[in-house]
Design a binder for this molecule. Structure first.
Ligand code: CDP
Length: 235
């Protein structure tokens, strides 16, 4: 029997999509990367595209206070997504690989404004959908299971409590055990980012909610891979 899911993916040339959404530092990108490796899919980080457009705007769109959507969209034309030798994509800005730049504090503090521009959202969504016509993908972001792939074969919404998210993000950044004061300061920043991103962070009705506060990386990856395999086997 032809299932609804396989009919839905004809526009993607039969390619599959696992969509992983959730708030900042919930572990989406690292989880998506591992899940893609285990499944033999490619990982697409939609947040990296928003960050790249922001980095380009910081260079070419003048002072952030004056950014207007059409100038920022012009900057987006300098951003490209190229499949790398591993199982993901590199983001290029104006012909240079830009991964390092994307995590700068300056980009992080301006990205929410850029991500609220509808023209930028449409541009990012088109890039991500285009990739899904060529590869099986694990995509991560805020609205992959709703705005971009309402027809994804599997949708996951990852959450974790803010303190734990802050602790993990710091661990990644400082490479040592963060102090409680550092975690408290980072938690405050994260809660502010959650508020700035609230409108675009949407849990799909058919998404599976996974709270990773007490899970190891291996456990959360294992659960999602098992769900993806079960969904593919059930078609
Ligand atoms: O990794 P982290 O959670 O810090 O953020 P990210 O995934 O790198 O995304 C950076 C920013 O892009 C977010 O804070 C959102 O403002 C925006 N974003 C979005 O609006 N929609 C997406 N699908 C992905 C990211």
């Amino acid at each position: 029997m032809t299932s609804l899911a396989s009919l839905d993916r004809t526009w993607r040339n039969g390619h599959r999509v696992v969509a992983i959404d959730g708030p900042a530092a919930s572990g989406k990108s690292s989880t998506a990367q591992w899940v893609a490796q285990d499944l033999g899919y490619r990982h697409v980080d939609s947040g990296a595209l928003y960050r790249a457009v922001t980095a380009a705007a910081l260079r070419w769109a003048g002072p952030p206070a004056n950014w207007d959507p059409s100038t920022v969209l012009d900057c987006a034309q300098r951003v490209t997504l190229a499949p790398n030798e591993g199982t993901s994509f590199d983001v290029w800005i104006d012909g240079h690989e830009a991964s390092e730049e994307l995590r700068s504090p300056e980009v992080t503090s301006h990205v929410a404004v850029v991500a609220q521009m509808q023209v930028v959202r449409s541009w990012v969504n088109s890039r991500v959908r285009e990739v899904a016509t060529r590869f099986d993908v694990v995509v991560d972001g805020r609205d992959m299971g709703t705005a971009v792939f309402p027809d994804a074969e599997l949708k996951i919404f990852l959450i974790a409590d803010p303190w734990e998210r802050a602790r993990r993000r710091l661990l990644q950044r400082v490479q040592r055990r963060p102090t409680d004061a550092e975690i408290a300061a980072e938690t405050e920043l994260l809660v502010r980012r959650d508020a700035a991103d609230a409108t675009q962070t949407v849990q799909a009705r058919d998404a599976i909610l996974i709270d990773t506060s007490a899970l190891t990386q291996e456990e959360q990856v294992g659960r999602i891979v098992a769900l993806a395999r079960a969904s593919a086997a059930g078609e």
